[in-house]
Design a protein around this ligand. Sequence first.
Ligand SMILES: [Zn+2]
Length: 443
Amino acid sequence: MAFWGNKQEGENPQEPGQAPAGSLEDGYNEIVKAKGRTPGIDLAIRLSDLILEHAVRERASDVHIESQGANLRVRFRVDGILQDMLSSPKNADIPLTQRIRVLAGFDPEPPTSFRNEEGRFQKMLAGRPIQVRVSSFPTVNGEKLVLRVLDRQQLGLDLDQVGMDQDALTIIKKLIRNPYGIFLITGSTGGGKTTSLDARLKNINTPMINIITLEDPVEYRLEGINQAQINAKTGFTWSEGLRTILRQDPDVIMVGEIRDYDTAEISLRAALTGHLLFTTIHTINAPSIIERLFEMGVPPFLIGSSMLGAMSQRLVRKVCPKCAQPAAAPSEPVVNEFIKNMDPEEGRLVKDLILSPGANYKVEKGCTECRNTGYLGRTGIFELMLMNEDIRKHILDHAPTDVIKRAAIKGGKMRTLLMDGIMKARAGTTTLSEIIRVTATMV
Ligand SMILES: [Zn+2]
């Protein structure tokens, strides 16, 4: 496969599944010691492998390799937060960046004039094939490489593993078996939207149905699914791509993102004419998706008649099971202060949820296991809004987000992101402070 170039290599110094011993810093010093006795390119290969193995072992989603003057700095993003892994004098005779550039399919030397460079490669790491997407950026101090580590195992590309509770899972599994309609997902960048969409597609993927996706970029290769890459330069835009897809006899369509009226209008019409669509849209919560579609100019009747539901999701850090400490529920005055700007009905539900007895609250501490952060791994929190007659009526009335949100929450039908997060804090999976940090922009 030309796409992967020369990249499937078997030169892994570790036994499959074995994590390298010691820190990245130790491993780096070990490699530097071999200078002079071993060709520089061999050392660069060892060093790039070492960095990637550590990245997989530490569950890093991104690896930043930065030249800062005379220094080489390596940082990992773990559970959403960047951490320093290595900072050492640069070794000109160990051509690390050239090695990674070649793996990514770039020329060994960066271009003299700026050009957007993006590449990818696949490598056996920790006993499984890991895809790595590489981006190069010319800073005034030298080249910066960012490697996105796409580890399916880590992301749990399985509906049952994304952190949804049983009730929500049952609803979603039923929903994705609808013959037509549109389901929209919203969330912040890096909030697991793509994982969640991919998990959904994987769940319904059978030879009997034709699944086509439009993505930018295509992150995970999914077997048996026709994935297409948006390319605005060649005219393969979201709306053009969608028009093309509709002539490809699709059953299920995934549109990576709806950003404009054309894409929205074609998607919603396709959903009315016998296609099941999944897409993402950029808003802060599930109810505000409707207002966003209004703003794009989509007529209310089209939204009301095609939409199956919407979901908002965020990733939260899980508290470290090794060092987490039990915690008491916050006092009533603290909770009253917290809910004072909320809609009264929502505030009352949130207060009851925080204060009702039987919670197993935890507070973070820090140990070697979690690198003193108090947190280890992440899980999702979800807000699932299903279409019903009440919401549909408000859509036809062109109602604003707060009215739609109130209708969705009424009678405990929709649990908001905050409420779902509090449930996870009550269960001791995460902490209340983490939930408040993650949902702060929404209340
Ligand atoms: Zn810990």
